[in-house]
Structures are given as structure tokens and as C-alpha cells.
Design a protein around this ligand. Structure first.
Ligand SMILES: Nc1ncnc2c1ncn2[C@@H]1O[C@H](COP(=O)(O)OP(=O)(O)O)[C@@H](O)[C@H]1O
Ligand SMILES: [Mg+2]
Length: 308
């Protein structure tokens, strides 16, 4: 199927001469939730701004729904809803007025039934006559989403939707995003919270220093890079490891009390059985053992570190 967004060889050099994006290639599939994960300054907002036509690209090509964002700006832009990183709303407008007004900006005819549905979906219906200034932070964010959805876009960009938001609100936001996808909206969110990408995304792209260093289905990413560690808590203290254990590349903790074995959950043989019998042969005894699965967090930290 044709991707709903196609970015090819995209480069962005700011007027200062700073190259914020360098040869970005990225396809977004219709109906997916795509998380663009990267540390502060990686280029997430820059990339979104270019796709949404707020910033100009320096080189490359971007198509939205098959429309070139430069040659066919209006059509491309009409397919997109954007919730920017910096929230600003007209404090003294009512929720209903501000969301309806946003729709008008896209030259769409009035459609109160659609605005009503959006407000209801976002649990804002009973606040429709309230002035924005009277709303809580979480509600204001939902108003921003309602504004972005007012013109019935097929694609919604959420730039750091939960930055600085408390845990409860964050979960509420995730629920809203899932609901949107069920309604057929393609969602692209940026985040520097690994947990958020892990929780939400169908696919994850990792961006660092203006380059996409990895794009993968979340499940595959977790599998492919997911390694497990077996930790053996020793009965005694060990100074050195016998040569017979060299093939396992064990790590001995500084205090000599723990042995750590890292293995691939995907491989046919983890090597645990032979490790345990080799340990017995070497007369190394342990009183307890535990395993830990590496999280996307560690994967991410490793990627960004090696990519640096
Ligand atoms: N208008 C600008 N002029 C010059 N540099 C900019 C401008 N906007 C952003 N940058 C720089 O581009 C890089 C990427 O910024 P940004 O896209 O905002 O990153 P992110 O959203 O991933 O935190 C940063 O180093 C930032 O300082
Ligand atoms: Mg940003």
C-alpha cells in the first residue's frame, strides 16, 4: 500500500548554518501509530514542522497522501492535524468557538456535528461553553487535539504530547491516541519518553543528531534487540573466572559476589543449561538467580551512545 507520508533524502539547514536534519528517509503507513523517539535537539520538531509546511526543507522531497508538500501545499496540509509542542490557545474564547474557528481556517464549511463528535471523543463536551482559561492543563491539551482534528484530517501529529504532564494525564492521553487510531486516523507522535513509545507505537523510529538511526516495528525491535540477563548470586566470593567459563563471556561484579550472563532470547539455545553444568563442574555455587529483560530504554541508550 502507498504510504500516507513519504519523506525522501530530506535535509534541513537552518539560516544559522546548523544542519538539523541530514538525509532523512521515512515512510509512514496509513492507520499506524508511529513514534519518533529521540533526545532533545535530535530534530523531531524540525521534521514535523517541515512535513506540516511550517518550515521549509533545504533538500529532498516530502509527499503527504501522494501530494508534494511544496507543489501541492494546500491539499497536503489539509490532510494533516498538528498539535504543536508549545501550546497556545486564546484564553478567553470558549472551547466550542476556538475549535470551530480552527476548522474555518482550513476553508471547510461548518459542521457542528463533527465538532460535537470530536469534543465528545475527547471528553470535552460538558466544557464546550467554558472559557479556555478556566480549564485544567490536561483539558487544555485535549482542546489542542480537538482543534487539530476540527477539519477532519487523516493524519495527526502530536509533538511531545505528554512532556511535563503527570502520569495520570499521560495515561489518559494514550487512551485518546488509541481511540483516534480506531477511528482510522494515522498518528505520528514524538517523544523522548521511551515508555511512551513502548506503550503506544506500532512502529518506532529513533532519531539522533538529525539522522534516523533505526525504524522498526515495536514488537520486532523488542525481540531483535531484546536480550536477557541471568544474574547468579554466588555463595562465596570469586576473584577470577576459570578458563572453562570463558566462552560464556560472563561478567563478574566488582564485589565478586555476582555473575552476569547475557543471552539472546531469540536464539535457539540460550546456553543456560550448559552454563549451569559448567559452573557445577568448576565448583562455583550460587544461592539464588534472577533474570532481567532489557527494556527499550536500554536499547535506546545503547543506540544513541553508539550512534554518537
Ligand atoms: N530556528 C532555528 N534556527 C537554528 N537552529 C535551530 C532552530 N530550530 C531548531 N534548531 C536546532 O535544531 C536542532 C533540532 O531541534 P528540534 O527539531 O527542535 O529538536 P527536538 O524537537 O528533537 O528536540 C537543535 O539543535 C536546535 O537547537
Ligand atoms: Mg521538539
Amino acid at each position: 500500500m502507498q504510504p500516507i507520508i513519504s519523506v525522501s533524502n530530506l535535509t534541513k539547514t537552518y539560516a544559522s548554518g546548523f544542519k538539523a536534519l541530514n538525509g532523512i528517509n521515512l515512510d509512514i503507513q496509513r492507520g499506524e501509530i508511529f513514534a519518533l523517539l529521540g533526545p532533545n535537539g535530535a530534530g523531531k520538531t524540525t521534521l514535523i514542522s517541515i512535513i506540516c509546511g511550517i518550515a521549509n526543507l533545504s533538500a529532498g522531497k516530502v509527499e503527504v497522501g501522494g501530494h508534494d508538500i511544496n507543489a501541492d501545499y494546500r491539499v497536503a496540509r489539509s490532510l494533516i492535524g498538528l498539535v504543536p509542542q508549545e501550546l497556545h490557545t486564546d484564553a478567553f474564547e470558549s472551547v466550542w468557538a476556538t475549535v470551530s474557528f480552527s476548522r474555518g481556517l482550513f476553508g471547510k464549511p461548518k459542521n457542528p456535528a463533527h465538532i460535537e463528535k470530536v469534543l465528545k471523543d475527547l471528553s470535552l463536551w460538558d466544557k464546550k461553553d467554558n472559557k479556555i482559561i478556566t480549564l485544567s492543563g490536561g483539558m487544555k491539551r485535549r482542546v489542542m487535539i480537538a482543534k487539530a482534528l476540527s477539519h477532519e484530517p487523516q493524519i495527526l501529529f502530536l509533538d511531545e504530547p505528554t512532556a511535563g504532564v503527570d502520569v495520570e494525564l499521560r495515561k489518559g492521553m494514550w487512551e485518546v491516541v488509541r481511540q483516534l487510531r480506531e477511528n482510522g486516523v494515522t498518528v505520528i507522535l514524538t517523544t523522548h519518553y521511551i515508555e511512551e513509545a513502548e506503550e503506544m507505537a506500532d512502529r518506532i523510529g529513533v532519531i539522533n543528531k538529525g539522522e534516523i538511526i533505526l525504524v522498526e516495528e515495536k514488537a520486532k525491535l523488542m525481540q531483535k534487540l531484546g536480550r536477557k540477563q541471568l544474574k547468579l548470586h554466588l555463595q562465596g566470593r570469586l576473584d577470577t573466572l576459570p578458563a572453562t567459563l570463558a566462552p560464556y563471556h560472563l561478567e563478574l561484579t566488582e564485589d565478586g559476589k555476582e555473575l552476569i550472563y547475557t543471552y539472546d532470547t531469540q536464539s535457539e539455545r540460550t546456553g543456560i543449561t550448559t552454563l549451569l553444568s559448567d559452573l557445577r563442574d568448576a565448583d562455583i555455587r550460587f544461592k539464588d538467580l534472577s533474570t532481567t529483560q532489557s527494556s527499550l530504554e536500554e536499547i535506546f541508550v545503547n543506540l544513541v551512545r553508539t550512534g554518537a
